[in-house]
Ligand binder design. Structure first.
Ligand SMILES: *Cc1c(COP(=O)(O)O)cnc(C)c1O
Length: 380
């Protein structure tokens, strides 16, 4: 059957009606890729000796990648944006606005263009990845760079929408969360159950809020029996939730999670506590290592913020976290299926930030166009 986007596909779970003009780019339906090489790597003993003692090996320790980078504008933001823009149009708005580290603006610009709405985006000057900025501009959004960080830009945007008839499409807009929760539906639809754990990056914390809401709703209607432990990761230089206070000048290479005062802070903690999960930090060095590992071991290119979930997965494995959970048998689901399933959310595409990719690897060698010269460097 032809895929019609997240609103049509999950209509009955979303706040839509027959009058809602559906603005879609056929987002969603992203692949859930099994990461066998990463599982082998984690179980090899190099990372995770604790796996051995708990009989966790790569046959019963399954890792899946929810590759959200394959959404129409290259990030999960499209799931929320299809709904936010459709509802803005339904409610008669002529313009939408957001503050963005990049992906929200790319998505808002594309969906607003399709809807025929004016789009205004405020980005922190100098810290938006090239791909994202080019998207917002090419889709015709009015892009304003503010001399400040994301949190300050969001403050201004909130004020504007209180005073002027412009729809706010940041994730404090509840329609964004509603749309984004469809990703957890897709995971359950594919697996036929919920994972035991989900590992994901946390920035403004809308996405962890959305996933948790989605899982709970699917359980309520009887689609799944268990709920996953939600494991969120912040960059160590931008970890307000872990530190317990806002960070004035957040710092990290993972610009999509460079946020010092998350709008959905409270809901992220709720997701963590209700699910029996955790929110922890990973360093920039760990993020970049995971970023390269993912690309070289699995052939999957995700942006640095997304790699925070792989960095988090590795950190948890080193601590023996999953072995302990298996031993404790969370809700009886792990032993009964005899297989521990962890889903890592890859929130955005690697091509969003080509500069970071180039900076993380060796530059190509330059040679003369002669077989001898080329063979000399190939060494096979
Ligand atoms: C927006 C974004 C995040 C963070 O999501 P929040 O909902 O703000 O926590 C992570 N990764 C990428 C690629 C993003 O675009």
């Amino acid at each position: 059957m032809r895929w019609k986007g997240v609103i049509e596909n999950y209509w009955k779970y979303l706040p839509v009606n027959k009058k809602t003009p559906v603005v879609t780019l056929l987002e969603g339906n992203t692949p859930l890729i099994e990461a066998k090489n990463i599982s082998k790597y984690l179980c090899s003993g190099r990372v995770y000796s604790a796996n051995r003692s708990s009989n966790l090996d790569h046959h019963n320790f399954k890792i899946y990648l929810k590759y959200e980078g394959l959404n129409p504008t290259g990030s999960f933001k499209d799931r929320g944006m299809t709904l936010a823009i459709s509802k803005a149009k339904e409610e008669g708005f002529k313009a939408v606005i957001c503050a963005s580290t990049g992906n929200t603006s790319a998505s808002a610009a594309a969906y607003a263009a399709r809807a025929g709405l004016k789009c205004i985006v405020l980005i922190p000057k100098g810290s938006t990845a090239l791909g994202k900025l080019s998207q917002a501009l090419i889709h015709g959004a009015q892009v304003i760079a503010v001399n400040g960080n994301f949190d300050q830009a969001l403050e201004v945007v909130r004020e504007i929408t209180e005073k002027y008839p412009v729809a706010l499409v940041n994730s404090i807009n509840p329609y964004r969360i509603e749309g984004q929760k469809t990703a957890s539906f897709e995971i359950c639809d594919v697996l036929g159950r919920a994972p035991d754990f989900q590992v994901m990056p946390v920035g403004n914390a809308g996405n962890i809020t959305a996933y948790w809401k989605g899982y709970k709703e699917y359980k309520k209607v009887g689609k799944i029996k268990n709920l996953p432990g939600m494991c969120g990761f912040q960059a160590s230089g931008a970890a307000p939730i872990v530190k317990g206070h806002p960070i004035k000048n957040p710092r990290t290479v993972a610009t999509a999670i460079k946020i010092g005062n998350p709008a959905s802070w409270k809901f992220a903690k709720q997701a963590r506590d209700e699910s029996g999960g955790l929110i922890d930090t990973v360093t920039d060095a760990e993020i970049i290592r995971a970023y390269k590992l993912l690309a070289t071991l699995e052939g999957v290119f995700a942006e640095p913020a997304s790699a925070a979930s792989i960095a988090g997965l590795i950190k948890l494995c080193k601590k023996g976290y999953f072995a302990i959970a298996r031993h404790d048998d969370r809700e009886g689901c792990i032993k009964s299926s005899n297989c521990l399933i962890v889903v890592c959310i890859l929130t955005g595409h690697g091509l969003k930030d080509p500069d970071r990719a180039i900076a993380s690897v060796k530059a190509p060698i330059v040679v003369e166009p002669e077989i001898d010269k080329v063979m000399k460097v190939i060494k096979i």
